[in-house]
Design a protein around this ligand. Structure first.
Ligand code: IMP
Ligand code: MG
Length: 181
């Protein structure tokens, strides 16, 4: 695999997108408390930056959905991590790194519905609508991208590259190793 340079979304552009999303969430929420429900692991960098940009009072919760092996969706989604505190009557913002097939989001929204929240919205830094298999709400989306596999700013390929501060396209160059070997 080959990391493409320059980045698809440079660090400064990401921070601008996050600020715009925070402004939109603040505007719609009218100052009412929010639960930032971060989908582990990919969304942690995005959620941490979003949290610091939001003026809306909010608490942090986390969930984990597993649907990916390498860069291919298995179609199966498990929820190994879920908040133990009730979400009943709360306004919940599901914070995701990227909306791809929509399977993960659909499963998490179904699970959330069981909690009886007052409101549920989806906020994702990136969106790949051309890959969608299941329709899902796209309440707050930072940037729509084409059918690329991207890494960085939380997004991984087999747990690599999460810590990059920009988002890069990862290209299949025919090699199986991550270090050119
Ligand atoms: P979905 O269930 O197909 O929408 O998959 C969503 C999850 O797959 C995302 O939250 C990511 O963790 C992962 N994913 C989807 N596209 C990419 C990508 O381009 N790079 C890295 N991870 C991705
Ligand atoms: Mg992943």
């Amino acid at each position: 695999m080959r990391l493409c340079d320059p980045p698809l979304i440079p660090a400064r552009a990401i921070q601008k997108l996050v600020a715009e999303l925070a402004t939109a969430v603040d505007r719609d929420g009218d100052g009412q408390d929010l639960v930032l429900m971060t989908v582990l692991k990919g969304a942690i960098y995005f959620a941490a930056d979003l949290s610091r940009q939001l003026e809306t009072p909010h608490r942090l919760e986390f969930c984990r959905a597993r649907s990916y092996a390498g860069n291919e969706s298995t179609g199966q989604v498990q929820i190994p991590i879920w908040p133990d505190k009730s979400l009943a009557g709360q306004r919940v913002l599901l914070v995701e790194d990227i909306l791809d097939t929509g399977r993960t989001t659909a499963v998490l929204l179904d699970r959330l519905k069981l909690e009886g929240p007052a409101d549920t919205r989806v906020c994702a830094l990136l969106n790949k609508p051309s890959r969608r298999v299941i329709p899902i709400p796209e309440d707050y989306v930072g940037l729509t991208i084409g059918n690329h596999f991207v890494v960085g700013y939380g997004l991984d390929y087999e747990e690599h590259y999460r810590g990059l501060d920009a988002v890069h396209v990862l290209e299949d160059d025919g090699s199986s190793g991550l270090d050119g070997g």
